[in-house]
Design a protein around this ligand. Structure first.
Ligand code: TYC
Length: 254
């Protein structure tokens, strides 16, 4: 069974789902405006229930962690990281591994860099430690939701309705712009340099948002990290190739 819960964390009501009863706690961190079910259905359903106790959370202002409405402080990754850490504390997990996709992977890098004692192992995919000016170009192409395919748009619209989604998608892109303008694009370079836990980086080489430089940088910066490149995969590789992804992750976590 996958069960749904709320926890009072840093003054907000955070929604999370839980499944499995294994010894190894896992925390799943979704992408921008992502949520437990839209981003992680195949992982919640199919990762081993014997080996893991899986927690997946909706960051504040995302998914079912509304209210509050999302807001966008400059260092929003740090705030999401603090919320995730407080959530795991509230469910009495002292040490856990992290699976983070895209923005959730960035949050994972922040947590692992800031709390080496908390994180056993880290898996990130579709993530980056900084933003290149050219990334913003690729990125602005996806700002207008009416240009998305219905298949990509519908899961978000189902969670948020069109109005909330359009509003916060634009604000999220603006927030990336603030990292470029105010921090020279640096999202989490210092935190990434401090990571010492075993780290797996997965990269879909047909990812339209994340160029090869980003996983290469993470791999070069995190000592002992493993980089797995999938030539045919895109940004959503854990959904498109769910079984292969789950197998790879379980092997790494063992
Ligand atoms: N991190 C974004 C997400 O969570 C995707 C993204 C990656 C956007 C790189 C821009 O330069 C970028 N969906």
């Amino acid at each position: 069974a996958i069960t749904s819960h709320y926890a009072e964390v840093n003054g907000v009501r955070i929604h999370y789902e839980k499944t499995g009863s294994g010894k190894h706690p896992l925390l799943l961190l979704p992408g921008a405006l992502g949520s437990t079910r839209t981003d992680f259905a195949p992982q919640l359903e199919k990762l081993s229930k014997e080996k893991y106790t899986v927690f997946a959370f909706d960051p504040r202002g995302y998914g079912r962690s509304i209210p509050p409405e999302r807001d966008w402080p400059l260092d929003y990754f740090k705030r999401d990281a603090d919320d995730a850490v407080a959530l795991m504390k509230s469910v009495q997990q002292k040490q856990f591994s992290i699976l983070g996709w895209s923005d959730g992977g960035i949050t994972g890098l922040v947590i692992a860099g800031q709390h080496p004692d908390l994180v056993k192992r880290l898996v990130v995919w579709g993530s980056n430690a900084y933003i290149l000016p050219s990334d913003m170009d690729a990125f602005q192409k996806i700002e207008d939701l009416t240009k998305w395919s219905a298949r990509m748009r519908e899961p978000f619209v189902k969670v948020y309705g069109m109005e909330y989604f359009q509003k916060h998608w634009k604000k999220w892109i603006a927030a990336y712009g603030h990292y470029v303008e105010e921090r020279k694009g640096d999202i989490c370079i210092e935190e990434t340099k401090k990571i010492r836990c075993p780290t797996l980086i997965v990269h879909g080489q047909k990812d339209a948002l994340v160029v090869q430089e980003h996983p290469d940088y993470l791999h070069a910066t995190i000592p002992g990290s493993v980089l797995v490149n999938w030539p045919e995969a895109k940004h959503n590789l854990h959904l498109r190739y769910a079984d292969e992804f789950n197998t790879l992750v379980e092997q790494f976590l063992d």
